[in-house]
Write a protein that binds this ligand. Structure first.
Ligand code: NAP
Length: 276
């Protein structure tokens, strides 16, 4: 199969992530709506989405697999195996399958779909607004061809990063996908502090968001500077920031966060065993 404008892409599951990808593909004119197919367990959101984008709706997953060159598995991990197991024999060796589900390893996917070339991709939530990070591994060391397809299909959601292996994919998931949740946890501490100092809820939230956004954007616009360089620009010896940073280091906040990262990795491995 050669990838071209007529390549048919099917989405099994048309929730938030699939809708974001479809929207990106159509708006950026990567593929036309007539070449995009989707199914969903409950018909309501699929019909609404068809009304907006005029994609092709399949009544069953069987029909979807028979219609698409590339099948994107976009359901929650706990639904995925039950969906593909009964129709596994319909997939054929020319098809490319892209799974977005965390916790379902390449081995588990291959057990069901050994005939297909496979990509495991982990997006993070900012992907829905086009500011995401999407890490992936391929089932075999194919060539640039699968990488081009993956980049083309998902680049409207953010930066697409090819990873060495599933161990690196797990580290990526913890830092960049679960990591988004960790950042919100930190933001809540900022928010609480401001509220305790008489800022009303809306302003406290806005100031918190702008602080994190501003720090990130400053880093992004000065990509040649290290994070230490950026930090040193707000830190004068024995000054206000310095005093706070000294306390952060004394209380070993880095160690606490490392333990949190490790716990997330362990949980991912437990889930992978459960979802085998
Ligand atoms: N959203 C994110 O930011 C994000 C971030 C990281 C990873 N992911 C991963 O991306 C995948 C999709 O996430 P999501 O947020 O888009 O989930 P979602 O909004 O819950 O969408 C999943 C969709 O799959 C449908 N579905 C379930 N079983 C099905 C079946 N057998 N056949 C067809 N459709 C079926 C569900 O239908 P119903 O309408 O019946 O529920 C639902 O609409 C997940 O594996 C998730 O872990 C998402």
């Amino acid at each position: 199969m050669l990838y071209n404008k007529a390549t048919k892409v099917g989405f099994m599951g048309c929730g938030n992530m699939a809708q974001a990808v479809i929207k990106g593909l159509i708006e950026k004119k990567v593929l036309e709506a007539q070449h995009l197919f989707a199914t969903n367990r409950s018909p309501g959101k699929l019909l609404k989405f068809k009304e907006s984008y005029n994609i092709q709706i399949c009544q069953t997953n069987e029909e979807l697999v028979e219609s698409a060159d590339i099948v994107i598995l976009a359901m929650k991990p706990q639904d995925l195996i039950a969906a593909i197991e009964p129709i596994a024999s319909l997939f054929h060796e020319k098809q490319i399958v892209i799974s977005l589900a965390a916790g379902i390893t390449m081995n588990t996917l291959k057990k069901n779909l050994s005939q297909c070339r496979m990509i495991r991709m982990i997006p993070n939530t900012p992907s829905i607004i086009g500011s995401g990070l999407l890490g992936y591994v391929a089932s075999e060391d194919v060539n640039d061809y699968l990488d081009t397809i993956t980049e083309d299909l998902f680049s409207s959601l953010g930066k697409v990063v090819k990873l060495k292996d599933e161990a690196q994919l797990e580290a990526f998931m913890v830092a960049c996908s679960s990591g988004t949740g960790f950042v919100y946890e930190l933001m809540m501490y900022w928010n609480d502090w401001l509220q305790e100092h008489d800022f009303d809820d809306d302003l406290a939230k806005e100031l918190t968001i702008e602080t994190f956004l501003g720090a990130s954007l400053l880093g992004k616009t000065n990509i040649n500077l290290s994070l230490e360089d950026l930090q040193s620009k707000v830190t004068s010896k024995k000054g206000v920031t310095f005093a706070g940073l000294e306390s952060i280091r004394e209380q070993e906040i880095e160690r606490s966060l490392r333990v949190a990262f490790e716990k997330s990795s362990i949980r991912n491995q437990e889930l992978a065993k459960l979802l085998k």
